[in-house]
Design a protein around this ligand. Structure first.
Ligand code: PLP
Length: 340
């Protein structure tokens, strides 16, 4: 693995901490739970997209772009981190936001990540749900190119082979940390969405023969589709790195039992996970991704999927800025609905 062969704009606060969660481990009666704090990557409240953007934005700069464009759901963490990265390197940023949940809640539509997108100077446009958003992105980029802009487009979630390099790097970083501290890790678990995080991790873990099983907890697509998306991107990423074939289809494992009513709709188990991490560990999760990942993780622990003497690392992918778009989920009824 020789990541220095690829252009990279260093901006993330790395390495992110690897911490033991004593109170959560005790509450659940084992396994020994650790957390990899990719919510602490430093860029505008942090999160997993920053690692991907280090490689994507370096490519944008090399291509002479003066504007970066991307897309996501209204409360997209990826959009917010792209806006912040663009601000830092002096590029214009334009974002297409898909009204995926159709919530009418003013905080959902204007607070949280949306507020931060605009504070970083990005411009945004809304799109009806259900469109091919990456196609919309390319169409809109063409309009700006006709006006003389040099536009670099980033797919949703920053999930292509370039972005996934950021998570190959995370796998190497995590291995370095556990090897230094003689921590044998039995499982790695995280929330999976647009697939770049899991694809990069699985390539990094397989190419180094780490022998750490990886489990992605889905937030949107059904299992077959999610695993297929991750596998396809992992193959492209391995090819880019010159280690094609290093990932087998069965290395890609997703559990999509914790999506609930759909992408961006909070679940009771996710809200419980948010409260547990907040009250026991002082750590903030978000209702769209990390809370559903943690809810699956906690439920699988309770079901005995991990034994008491195992050591399991939960990768915290960030997202806490979205909490301020979802405050209604924590009201006295404990409910948030997309029609509210
Ligand atoms: C984007 C995101 C994920 C999912 O990562 P993918 O690479 O899109 O699979 C998980 N957690 C948070 C907080 C995110 O913003």
């Amino acid at each position: 693995m020789h990541l220095a062969r690829f252009p990279r704009r260093f901006l993330a606060h790395l390495p992110t901490p690897l911490e033991k969660l004593d109170r959560l481990s005790a509450e659940l009666g084992g396994p020994e739970i650790w957390i990899k704090r990719d919510d602490c990557t430093g860029l505008s409240t942090g999160g997993n997209k920053t690692r991907k953007l280090e490689f994507l934005m370096a490519e944008a700069e090399l291509q002479g772009a003066d504007m970066v464009m991307t897309q996501g759901a209204t409360q997209s963490n990826h959009a917010r981190q792209t806006a912040a990265f663009a601000a830092k390197i002096g590029m214009a940023c334009h974002i297409l936001l898909e009204d995926r949940t159709q919530s009418k809640d003013p905080n959902y539509n204007h607070n949280g990540n949306v507020l931060l997108d605009h504070l970083h100077g990005a411009t945004t446009e809304m799109r009806e749900p259900g469109l091919d958003m990456n196609a919309e992105l390319e169409k809109t980029a063409e309009l700006h190119r006709k006006q003389g802009r040099k536009v670099y487009t980033i797919p949703g979630g920053g999930s292509n082979a370039t972005g996934a390099l950021g998570y190959v790097n995370c796998a190497l970083e995590l291995l370095g940390q556990v090897n230094e501290r003689a921590l044998k890790v039995d499982h790695l678990v995280h929330a999976t969405g647009s697939a770049g995080t899991q694809a990069g991790l699985v390539v990094g873990l397989k190419a180094t023969n780490a022998q750490i099983p990886l489990l992605g907890i889905g937030v949107r697509a059904p299992r077959d589709k999610q695993e297929e998306n991750v596998y396809k991107l992992a193959c492209l990423t391995a090819e880019k790195l010159g280690c094609a074939g290093v990932v087998a289809r069965e290395d890609v494992v997703a559990n999509t039992d914790y999506v609930g009513d759909g992408y961006g709709i909070p679940t009771e188990s996710g809200l419980d996970a948010i409260r547990m991490f907040a009250e026991l560990e002082g750590i903030l999760l978000d209702p769209v991704y990390s809370a559903k990942g943690a809810a699956g993780f906690i439920d699988l622990i309770r079901k005995g999927r991990f034994t008491k003497d195992e050591r399991v690392v939960f990768l915290h992918t960030g997202g806490s800025a979205a909490l301020f778009g979802y405050d209604a989920a924590f009201d006295h009824t404990g409910r948030w609905t997309s029609a509210s």
